[in-house]
Structures are given as C-alpha cells and as structure tokens.
Design a protein around this ligand. Structure first.
Ligand SMILES: N[C@@H](CCC(=O)N[C@@H](CS)C(=O)NCC(=O)O)C(=O)O
Length: 211
C-alpha cells in the first residue's frame, strides 16, 4: 500500500495527491504538520532525513522529493503516458520538472509567502522588495511557460505529463497570492484546464490555504 506523508496546504504535496487521484490509485495519506514537529520525529526522519514532506512509503520503499515521487508513481503505470516511455519525450517532460523546482516554484513561493503565509501567521505585511524580486523573476519565467503553451496543449506536448503535474500546483492559490500571470493567455487557458480536472478539484479542496 502506498502511504504519503504530506501536509495538505503544500504545493509539493498537492502534486503527489493530484497524480494519485488522477491515477485512481488507493493510497493512505498521513497528515504531517512541521510546525507541530511532525517532520522531526525519529520515525519521520528515518523515512526522510531532510525532515520534509512529501515523503512516500511504498511498502518500505521510501522516496522523497516531490518530482521524484511523481515520476515513480507515473512509472508504475507506464500505459498512462504521464512519464513518456520514449526517451526524448520523457526527458522533455523531466526537463520541465527541473525547471519547476529550480526556477518556477521558488518564484511562485515568494508571492505565496509574502501575501498568504505571512497573513495566516500574523507575520506582518508583504515586503515590497521581495514582491519586486518575485515580479522580476516572473517576468522572465512566465513568458517561457506561456511560449510553450502557445505551441502545445500541455507543457510537454499534446498529452498531459509529469511536467504539467509538477508545474501547475504552484498556481493553486495564484489569485490569493496575486501572482502576476493575468496577461499570459496560454498559461490561463492551461491552468483552467488543469483546475477543471476532478482530481484537481478534490485535491485543491484539501489544499487551499485559509485567509
Ligand atoms: N524539493 C522538495 C521540497 C520539500 C519541501 O520544502 N517541503 C516543505 C513543504 S512544501 C516542508 O516539508 N517544509 C517543512 C520543513 O521544512 O520543516 C520537494 O519537492 O519535495
């Protein structure tokens, strides 16, 4: 049985639940709140020494890093094509997962932290310097994503892959965080399609932050 140790408001955890729901797989979700010390217990650290969620446990096989987890889950069902079998197609999708974790998510996280998380935890107003940094990053990154989505329905071609499942969850609270993506029509067309997935709606209902 697949067990996911996750924290529902986290975008990285959203990726994993979204794919599990999309695959229709049975799984057990263990809610772990790092603010309450849940990621620092010896049991948790034995599964993931980084003390981070998501962490997957598939009958004793433990895996961390959300993008590795969704590659693993997709590879268990190769017929779905979420992780393409053809090497070049697969690397085209995997490349976007690296882009997501190195560039896209850190940029989106600035808006989430400054405008959503700070409010929830009473940590003061958004820092204008940080918002400016986020806007500068977005001004470089969003045209790259929009450009590929002008050419194809999904990020890595005409079929949904791990690339979409990695990148889209950073936008789950885009409106609340006032992420500057309004002018990018292809991103907006694509995210509307992702959000319409029953698996997304089920996952997002468990993910959206209060406030
Ligand atoms: N690159 C990692 C990031 C994992 C990560 O930073 N998880 C956050 C939640 S999104 C976490 O566990 N934070 C709690 C902590 O650092 O104690 C991934 O993609 O899984």
């Amino acid at each position: 049985m697949i067990t996911v140790h996750g924290f529902s408001p986290s975008g990285n955890c959203h990726k994993v639940r979204l794919l599990l729901e999309q695959l229709g797989r049975d799984y057990r979700w263990v809610e772990v709140d790092s603010a309450l010390g849940g990621t620092r217990t010896p049991e948790f650290l034995a599964r993931n020494p980084n003390g981070k969620v998501p962490t997957l446990d598939d009958d004793g096989f433990c895996l961390w890093e959300s993008n590795a987890i969704i590659q693993y889950l997709a590879a268990l069902k190769p017929e779905t094509g979420y992780l393409p079998i053809d090497l070049k197609e697969r690397m085209n999708a995997v490349k976007w997962q690296f882009w997501e974790s190195n560039h896209w998510d850190p940029a989106c996280a600035i808006f989430m932290f400054e405008r959503v998380v700070k409010k929830i935890f009473n940590r003061g107003d958004a820092d204008p310097a940080e918002i400016k940094r986020g806007e500068e990053l977005m001004a470089r990154l969003a045209p790259v994503l929009d450009g590929v989505l002008q050419k194809s329905r999904y990020v890595a071609g005409e079929k949904m892959t791990v690339a979409d499942l990695s990148i889209a969850p950073s936008l789950v609270s885009a409106e609340q965080a006032q992420m500057p993506i309004g002018e990018y029509r292809a991103i907006n067309r694509w995210i509307a399609e992702m959000r319409a997935l029953p698996a997304w709606q089920k996952t997002a209902a468990m993910q959206t932050m209060p406030g």
